[in-house]
Design a protein around this ligand. Structure first.
Ligand code: DX5
Ligand code: ZN
Length: 222
């Protein structure tokens, strides 16, 4: 299976978002990853619907929106209206995760569930067959440019085991510290979707960096 690349807009140049979206439109990226933060669930604030709506109008790649907010269930319809294809919520932020997944589907989007580094994969045991994407945080959420948490590689293996055992069709997505050294190891561990922010946007040639990530394939049979 092809590796799906989702560049994280958080590390883009916000003074020139039009150029950055143009770059993503022309690139080999599959999706565009957008990080919404509220300063409550995570200790940082990013952007919200005005930016998502504007990007949704010009970006040709499906919007993969990662909500790091409390009560993401209150914003499902607004997210669908912005043109988002994927809405990912944190399991730690959802008291009624099963209902939230159902509502995301009802609004016509793919449902992603994100786990913080300290949240075990076992939390998803009873919903894994209802989820389109499981996003593992390989840094503590809130900031770009942090160091990759090594345990994430073993966590991918545990998630693969859960997916295989239950027959779930969920894709495995990893977010945080994805760069030249960690990306091939993640793909070898069975990751389907790589989110990458600072490594792509701070590189001298983001188009080339995206193409290189896109070419990664598992070097061992999975
Ligand atoms: C962090 C965000 C990430 C962030 C990743 O909370 O969810 O999407 O942009 O940034 P890098 O790739 O720089 O670690
Ligand atoms: Zn993210």
């Amino acid at each position: 299976m092809e590796t799906i690349i989702s560049p994280s807009l958080l590390s883009a140049d916000f003074m020139h978002l039009d150029r950055e979206i143009e770059m993503i439109n022309e690139s080999d990226a599959d999706w565009i990853h957008m990080d919404v933060m509220d300063g409550v669930f995570v200790p940082n604030i990013s952007f919200g619907f005005p930016v998502m709506n504007a990007v949704g109008k010009v970006c040709k790649k499906p919007m993969d929106v990662h909500f790091m907010i409390v009560h993401p269930e209150n914003y499902i319809q607004q997210t669908a209206d912005s043109g988002a294809a994927i809405m990912s919520v944190h399991s730690e932020a959802c008291l009624h995760l099963h209902r939230t997944i159902q509502e995301i589907h009802k609004a016509g989007m793919k449902a992603g569930v994100t786990l913080n580094p300290s949240t075990p994969v076992a939390m998803l045991e009873d919903v894994i067959c209802d989820i389109d994407i499981v996003q593992l945080m390989s840094v503590n959420p809130g900031f770009g440019g942090q160091s990759f948490i090594e345990e994430s590689i073993r966590k991918v293996a545990r998630l693969r085991e859960l997916i295989a055992r239950t027959g779930s069709k969920a894709l495995i997505q990893v977010d945080g510290g994805v760069q030249a050294e960690t990306a091939p190891r993640l793909v070898n561990a069975g990751v389907n979707v790589l989110v990458s922010g600072s490594y792509i946007f701070k590189s001298p040639d983001p188009l080339k960096t995206i193409s290189e990530l896109k070419r990664l394939r598992p070097s061992v049979a999975l």
